[in-house]
Design a protein around this ligand. Structure first.
Ligand code: ATP
Ligand code: MG
Length: 588
């Protein structure tokens, strides 16, 4: 795909500048991640830049991640670089292989590939545990780290806050030998969880709280999904992430703005490891951009997990969720999501993007892509009372319509018209309001792609509800024939013939949350749930639509864009999800 239409952004200026200055020109790449000696003998890195997308496999990816994926993979494509897919699996808890599979599938579905020629750039941070341990020992030897055995409570207290400098830990002046011994004891499993942490020794009075001797390692007696019981100490994110970037020869480590205050530590750590000759020089640089905040949804794996696990939705791929799996099931194409990412761009300023923008991108891609079909969502029978007399009782009149009105090359679709039809209930009125041009007694309308009919009345049940509409067909008026324009009508309605209409389950979605920012201000997001977010109806669709493969997208004329459900749609079981309405009705 081309990203040339994408407007320039501040990250591109940074990269342009680095390339012009040759900032990373001396880097070497040994064909796999590794320390300085691993890369030292290798050839210069053929990739002009290296970026990475580093999800933690503790949940499924959402639309916010898509922004980061499109950005990182997109920049690599643009600059003849490489983007790594790195599973940031340094935390044994809440991570699992199902999430890993979901992540790989979602990235691939979005249209990006971590395979470059012979090289498979899928990496796992847990593969770097041995090096991380070695790096920690190096810091200890340099007097740059110590084992702190204060209680977690005391550690919190002594950290100070924005107005109060921190207080040195009583363990801060331990000797190198003692620190090495205690760190080895941590690693050997001799200490229980939370009994000690390894901390960097930087500055307890720093105005940046992240520089007040941040924790590097903690004890966690937990099995890891990759490394099993090999470790009972695990690196903290702030320590692990810069090292992961460095071992992989990343040039531009792009992250969200929350990490801005961590950048000094990122540079501190990689500066020392470079100086010590442990990692290749120059080290990567961190650059922050504004995360995606999208109205009317939640984009936090924790909150999404809560919705799934408490049963407020039907799974991670529920079409109401902004997960990539959910959006896909809803009918979003990868192209629509990439278009959305391109439209929102990247900047340094935090902002909220309206959900309309996402739907707009979908609509704009579907307009050209989606096949047309007719569907009746709220079925009401229409009987053409003179059909038998005009054509014979069992006559089926063949009708056809373009697959796409602006793309004649896509051909025609075929269906028939008989004496009994389905129409949508809202297309008939007993007492027509002003400006109603559809079916009511005495009025003429065109059945789209078929004949003009004159409504003669309706049958009601004991409750006064309409059970069947009656009309007479005007036989000379069929669309596409010479007589079609002889009768002028103001209304055109869609319909299906009962002989070939296929029953279908159709799911109509509304926003999952009423509130623009669910749970904002510390409120409970559950209170903002829209109880009417899913409406399931039994309707009918054209035979072509019923036979379509799962994930085929349609415009059901007058009703919006729909997709054949990825999982449930199949032979004898037509299931459609409404992806988006035809017009922007979100705010009305
Ligand atoms: P969550 O808050 O949903 O758990 P996370 O940031 O903890 O998200 P990670 O798996 O660590 O999830 O994210 C992987 C990458 O995706 C990170 O580089 C992160 O910056 C990026 N990312 C996550 N959420 C967003 C977002 N809303 N907008 C842009 N990028 C995001
Ligand atoms: Mg995270």
């Amino acid at each position: 795909m081309s990203t040339d239409a994408a407007p320039a952004n501040f990250l591109r200026h940074i990269i342009d500048n680095d390339l012009a200055q040759g900032t990373y020109a001396t880097r070497r790449w040994a064909g796999s991640p590794g320390d300085a000696s691993h890369h030292a003998q290798a050839n210069p890195d053929p990739a002009k830049i290296r970026t990475r997308f580093p999800p933690e496999p503790n949940g499924h990816l959402h639309i916010g991640h898509a922004k980061s994926i499109c950005l990182n993979f997109g920049l690599a494509q643009r600059y003849q670089g490489v983007c790594h897919l790195r599973l940031d699996d340094t935390n044994p808890e809440r991570e699992n292989e199902d999430y890993v599979r979901g992540i790989l599938e979602a990235v691939r579905w979005l249209g990006f590939d971590w395979q470059r020629g012979e090289q498979n750039h899928l990496y796992r941070a847990s593969d770097y545990f041995a090096f991380m341990y070695q790096a920690a020992c190096y810091l200890i030897e340099q007097g740059l780290a110590y084992v702190d055995e204060q209680s977690p409570e005391a550690m919190r207290q002594n950290r100070g806050d924005f107005s109060r400098p921190g207080v040195d830990s009583p363990y801060r002046q331990r000797s190198v030998a003692e620190n090495l011994a205690r760190f080895a004891a941590m690693r050997a499993g001799e200490l229980p969880d939370a009994a000690a942490v390894l901390r960097a020794r930087i500055d307890m009075a720093s105005p940046n709280l992240n520089m007040r001797d941040p924790a590097l390692y903690r004890i966690k007696h937990a099995a890891h999904h990759q490394t099993g019981n090999a470790w009972c100490i695990y690196p903290m994110y702030t320590f692990a992430h810069p090292i992961e970037d460095a071992l992989e020869c990343i040039t531009h480590s792009i992250c969200t703005l929350e990490f801005e205050d961590q950048r000094p530590f990122y540079d501190w750590l990689l500066g020392h490891l470079t100086q010590g000759g442990l990692i290749q020089s120059p080290p990567p640089g961190q650059h922050e951009f504004a995360r995606l905040n999208l109205s009317h949804v939640v984009t936090s794996k924790r909150k999404l997990a809560q919705l799934v696990h408490e049963g407020h939705v039907q799974g991670w791929d529920d079409p109401r969720l902004p997960t990539l799996a959910g959006l896909r099931r809803r009918g979003y194409s990868a192209a629509a999501i990439r278009l959305f990412a391109e439209r929102i761009g990247v900047s340094k300023a935090d902002s909220w993007i309206d959900h309309d923008v996402l739907e707009g991108a979908l609509r704009d891609t579907l307009e050209a892509e989606a096949e047309r079909a007719m569907a009746v969502l709220d079925p009401l029978p229409l009987r053409l009372t003179n059909w038998e007399e005009v054509f014979g009782a069992d006559h089926i009149e063949p009708c056809s319509a373009p697959v796409h009105p602006q793309q004649p090359e896509r051909g025609q679709r075929a269906f028939g018209m008989g004496a009994t039809l389905w129409i949508d209930r809202e297309d008939f009125a007993l007492q027509p309001p002003k400006g109603f041009f559809r079916l009511y007694q005495g009025n003429m309308v065109r059945l789209k792609y078929g004949f003009v009919v004159r409504c003669t009345g309706a049958q009601l049940n004991a409750q006064g509800e309409v059970t069947e509409v009656h009309a007479e067909v005007l036989p000379e008026t069929k669309s596409g024939t010479a007589g079609a324009s002889a009768v002028k009508v103001k209304g055109v309605i869609t319909w299906l013939s009962q002989h070939d209409a296929v029953p279908a389950t159709v799911r109509l979605y509304d926003r999952l949350f009423h509130a623009e920012q669910p749970g904002s201000g510390g409120g409970d997001m559950l209170l903002d749930l829209n109880p009417g977010s899913l409406h399931t109806t039994q309707g009918y669709v054209e035979p072509n639509a019923a036979q379509a493969a799962p994930e085929t997208r349609f415009q059901f004329e007058r009703h919006g864009y729909f997709v054949a459900d990825q999982l449930e749609h199949g032979a004898g079981n037509a299931v459609f999800n409404r992806a988006v309405s035809l017009k922007d009705t979100w705010k009305k």
